[in-house]
Design a protein around this ligand. Structure first.
Ligand code: HEC
Length: 322
């Protein structure tokens, strides 16, 4: 007894479905007259909301929208109002909303023709692309072409314990003994729309006194502004010569102060327009500062024999800038 009634329900459902689909199909919408969908990754906030705001929300949002059709959120926008389904996500060609805004259905031109300007073919193309891409109600656009934000970084930690001449180690290896580490490199890219980008990159290694920060703002076909700062340190060994007959160990300078820091700051401005030759102007400031050892060792005289040898270590102050 159950089986026939189940069959009836199924057939009833099928009829109902035909009932809603039929009138729309019968209206003979000439989709060949639709402008093609825009070939971009649509962002709702950037591309669609402004169209709705200027041409649709006045009637299709709020408490009592026209035709009981609200464009205020995705669910009601897709569901439609008194007339029926308005959007078929993924299929703009068959979405009634597109037929209405492209003015292909007589009496359903949106916005209605009396006062408002019709949407431009570009706006219809954007709405089409938006529906074809799923009709999402979020997204600022530009995601698929370039991720809006990217952060890459490498951390590095090292520990060296040195037995013997620490200063020599510092000079050769280019780092002090003990712990050193930090951010070996990092890069942060932030897209600001399709054609603009900010990049911050650098390195932060406190134990090594090695720092870099580079900032860039680029705009496709317009130009760029870049600037940055680098600093690194070179260590020097402050040990002098050794002469066995004197019977004393090698003389040594205060090694901690023997290093030279190089600091560089720069700024660059570029014009990169397709119709003009590329122009770049830049400014750079370089400072070298510290104390380094030299090989012009001083004389040491043995008081017993008056024998003299150039074995006393020497250092010189470095202070340059340009
Ligand atoms: C001046 C008010 C007004 C503006 C502006 C307007 N509409 Fe409408 N819209 C209406 C009215 C009135 C109806 C019902 C028309 C009818 O049933 O004949 C309607 C119906 C619709 C429907 C069918 C909804 C349903 O009931 O199933 C859609 C879809 C629609 N509009 C989309 C839009 C879009 C998209 C815009 C902006 C580009 C827009 N409308 C701008 C007044 C407006």
């Amino acid at each position: 007894m159950r089986l026939p009634s189940t069959r009836w329900t199924a057939r009833g459902g099928l009829l109902l479905l035909l009932g809603t689909v039929w009138p729309a199909a019968a209206q003979e919408v000439d989709v060949a007259r639709l402008p093609p969908a825009a070939e971009i990754t649509v962002g709702f906030d950037r591309d669609i909301r402004p169209i709705f705001e200027s041409a649709c929300y006045r009637c299709h949002s709020g408490e009592r929208p026209r035709s009981r059709y609200s464009l205020a959120d995705r669910e009601s926008a897709v569901r439609g109002g008194a007339v029926g389904v308005a959007i078929i996500p993924g299929d703009s060609e068959r979405s009634p909303l597109i037929h209405y805004v492209a003015r292909l259905v007589e009496g359903m031109e949106m916005p209605p023709s009396s006062r408002d300007e019709p949407l431009s073919p570009e706006q219809v193309a954007l709405l089409r692309a938006w529906i074809d891409q799923g009709a999402a109600y979020e997204g600022t656009g530009g995601e698929a072409s370039a991720p809006p934000m990217k952060l890459v970084s490498t951390l590095s930690f090292q520990w060296f314990s040195v037995r013997g001449n620490e200063a020599k180690f510092r000079e050769t290896v280019g780092r002090p003994d003990g712990f050193a580490g930090g951010i070996q490199d990092f890069e942060w890219d932030q897209a600001l729309g399709d054609d603009r980008k900010v990049t911050v990159a650098g390195r932060v290694l406190p134990g090594l006194e090695d720092y870099e920060i580079a900032l860039a703002y680029e705009r496709t076909d317009v130009g760029f502004v870049r600037g940055g700062y680098t600093q690194y340190r070179r260590w020097f060994d402050g040990v002098g010569g050794y002469y066995a007959p004197f019977g004393v160990g090698a003389y040594e300078l205060d090694a901690d102060s023997l290093h030279v820091d190089t600091r560089r700051a720069w700024f660059e401005l570029g014009l990169d327009r397709p119709d003009l030759p590329r122009i770049t102007v830049g400014y750079e400031y370089l400072v070298r500062e510290g104390e380094r050892s030299t090989l012009q060792w001083g004389m040491v005289v043995d008081p017993a024999t008056f024998d003299a040898r150039a074995i006393y270590p020497a250092a010189k102050q470095v202070n340059e800038c340009r």
